[in-house]
Design a protein around this ligand. Structure first.
Ligand SMILES: *Cc1c(COP(=O)(O)O)cnc(C)c1O
Length: 374
């Protein structure tokens, strides 16, 4: 038998598995934080038009700098965060995962270290590994918030080159307040001295938060980056479009590592069409936020311990340890509902679906908790 490990593969990749949630053929799939609403027909038609126009020029390479798209994204951010962002301060790539990878290619790499606060988005650590960047796992408190004092100590001791702050945090749903981000930013600059350290705020779920975006904090902070995506709020996970806002110097730095023409003309055209329909898409976000708040309330009424959520998913428990959570995961699956076991002891994560999907999920929880009562 031969496998990956018989190949002359990098040592740090030996014995590892690729990232990915198990996809099962189940009636109600609430495991990957996708937006449950398909794009509206008017937008589908507009995408077809814009892609047809782009197809007329596919013999040519796309706009390498994606200027029209970056301008559209800058306008969207300026309008929704109240902070004026310029085209030069925005960069786009194939999903925010690629944005994060480019950031680590430029600011991490061999001999350098990135820090995150776990449990958090496991791709941060995996992208670090893929780019040869060392990884440090910082702690969260039992309520899944970041304790500023402890975090400052970890930063002072380990002097990371890159710090990830995920807000709202996946998989817990926890938002990080601006004061905490500022304290971590200052600690990271102090610890490294010189040019300082890059602080990346992953706002993949920013649009779902009860709180304003952290984006205005980039003002006057050259090493602060906010990353966003069209995968969640824009209901376009299949599009693969992520972006960042930062000082224009960060965008210049990322251009040193991006592949030429990394963003296809078809992708750029589709994303531009989606931006034309921002208001409709943000209307769905409002519905999802209301459903998210309903899930929190109803799960609590069923006796679950629920983590405060600012995202389009809800972390709930508390089940007896890792095994207990997995048993409940399995039981919900048997009731036709797929949720996510992220390995957070005693907890599971459910993505917010349509009202009917959420009802099916709540019915399944009701049935499962009744079965487990003595
Ligand atoms: C879903 C998610 C992303 C999005 O990744 P894309 O590559 O844009 O689809 C980024 N960060 C976090 C924390 C996420 O949960």
């Amino acid at each position: 038998m031969s496998g990956i490990d018989d190949l002359p593969i990098r040592d740090e990749l030996r014995g590892k598995s690729p990232y990915g949630a198990p996809q099962l053929d189940v009636a109600v799939r609430l495991n990957t934080n996708e937006n449950p609403y398909p794009l509206p027909e008017a937008l589908v038609a507009r995408i077809a038009e814009r892609v047809a126009e782009a197809a007329r020029h596919l013999n040519r390479y796309p706009d390498r700098d994606a200027v029209e798209l970056r301008t559209g994204l800058a306008d969207y951010l300026s309008r929704t965060t109240g902070h004026r962002v310029a085209t030069e301060g925005v960069w786009a790539a194939n999903g925010s995962n690629e944005v994060l990878q480019q950031l680590l290619q430029a600011f991490g790499g061999p001999g350098r270290t990135a820090l995150g606060f776990d449990p958090s988005y496991s791709m941060h650590a995996l992208i670090a590994r893929g780019t040869g960047t060392g990884w440090l796992s910082g702690p969260r408190q039992s309520d899944f918030t970041i304790d500023v004092h402890t975090a400052e100590q970890v930063i002072a001791e380990h002097r990371p080159d890159v710090v990830f702050v995920c807000s709202p945090n996946n998989p817990t749903g926890t938002a990080v307040d601006a004061d905490t981000v500022l304290a971590l930013y200052d600690a990271a600059q102090r610890a490294r001295g010189g040019a300082g350290a890059l602080v990346v705020v992953d706002e993949a779920y920013g649009e779902f938060s009860h709180r304003p975006s952290l984006l205005p904090l980039i003002e006057g902070r050259r090493n602060l980056v906010v990353s966003r995506t069209m995968s969640k709020a824009f209901g376009a996970a299949g599009l693969r479009l992520g972006y960042l806002a930062a000082d224009p110097a960060v965008v210049d730095a990322v251009q040193l590592v991006r592949l030429p023409y990394h963003l296809s003309a078809v992708t750029q055209a589709t994303a531009l069409a989606a931006l034309e329909h921002t208001d409709t898409l943000l209307g769905y976000v409002e519905q999802l936020k209301a459903e998210r708040d309903r899930l929190v309330t109803e799960l609590r009424a069923l006796g679950c311990e629920v983590t405060e959520s600012d995202a389009n998913f809800v972390q709930f428990g508390r089940f007896d340890g890792a095994d207990g959570a997995h048993a409940v995961w399995q039981a919900l699956l048997e009731h036709g509902v797929l949720v996510r076991d992220n390995g957070v002891p005693g907890h599971l994560r459910v993505s917010v679906g349509t009202p009917a999907e959420n009802d099916a999920f709540l019915d399944a929880v009701r049935a499962v908790t009744k079965e487990n009562k003595p």
